[in-house]
Every structure is written in C-alpha cells, then in structure tokens.
Design a protein around this ligand. Structure first.
Ligand code: CUA
Length: 158
C-alpha cells in the first residue's frame, strides 16, 4: 500500500515537471541558447583556419538581415572579442552567432539575458532585443587563462 503511494507521488512529480517545462517554453517563451552546429577542421588544419574560412565567421561583425533585425557574428579568442566594439540602433532584434577560435570562452552582457558559451568550433546562437539605449559591457565569463579578466568589449545601443 505504501509503495503504491510512492509510485503515485513520483508520477505526480514527473507530471508537474513536464508541465513546468511546457509552461516555460510555450507560455513564457523562454529560449535556451542553442547549439547551431560544429566547425570541424580538415586534417592538418588549425581550428583558427577552419573557423575563419567558415561563413559567417569569415567576417565577424554586425550585419543587417531585415528591417530592425541584425546578426552579430562574434569570435572569442584569448583574450579578446572580435569585434570588440559593436554598435546597434535602439530596438534592434539581434541574433548572436558565436564561437571560439581557440579555447573555452563565454559572452555575458550584464543588464541583458545574453549569456552564451563560446566553445572551440561550436556555434552558439541566441536572440535578444535591445530596447534601451546605453553602453553595455561584453564580458568573458568563462575562465580562459592569464588575461581572462581583461577579455571585455563594448556594445553601444543608440
Ligand atoms: Cu575568455 Cu575568459
């Protein structure tokens, strides 16, 4: 009898979890940063060479993709972001596309929900809409060695 109770309890907990996940993804439209593929070097090729020949990472920076929509293509490397300074108009609907050319880095923009890992050759993707003008800081939030603390950049919205 007691066992039956436990089984029912575990079923209820499971249903509650599934409901919570469904609620967050459907109702709240929470989008977890996605993995959008992997850049694999050819035999004998460096990761740097592989990334910098792969679109869109052959041309890091901002590009407009439609009315009010932009791609920000960003590379992490020890110890800087490329580009290190980004400018966007207020209201810009941005898709960040990021990867690393060497070791594990991260991209965190305080005051926003932009928080992605920049892993070697792995393509990370996250959307964010900049509704407030200002000077935002881009921070590497994954320890990446000696000058990790200096790996910052600026994103200006005006
Ligand atoms: Cu790059 Cu820490």
């Amino acid at each position: 009898k007691l066992e039956k109770g436990y089984i029912w309890l575990s079923v209820i907990v499971l249903v509650a979890f599934i409901a919570a996940i469904t609620y967050s993804s459907v109702v709240l439209a929470i989008v977890v940063p996605g993995n959008d593929g992997q850049i694999v070097p050819k035999p004998g090729e460096t990761l740097f060479a592989a990334v910098t020949r792969t679109k869109p990472f052959d041309q890091p920076g901002v590009r407009q993709t439609g009315p009010g929509t932009y791609d920000v293509v960003i590379l992490g490397q020890a110890w800087m972001f490329n580009p290190g300074a980004i400018e966007l108009p207020v209201g810009a609907e941005v898709t960040f596309l990021g990867t690393s050319i060497d070791i594990d880095h991260g991209l965190y923009i305080p005051g926003t929900t932009v928080n992605i890992m920049l892993l070697p050759g792995q393509i990370a993707k996250q959307k964010y809409r900049f509704t407030r003008p200002g000077e935002y800081r881009m921070i590497c939030h994954e320890y990446c060695g000696m000058l990790h603390h200096q790996m910052t950049g600026t994103l200006t919205v005006k």
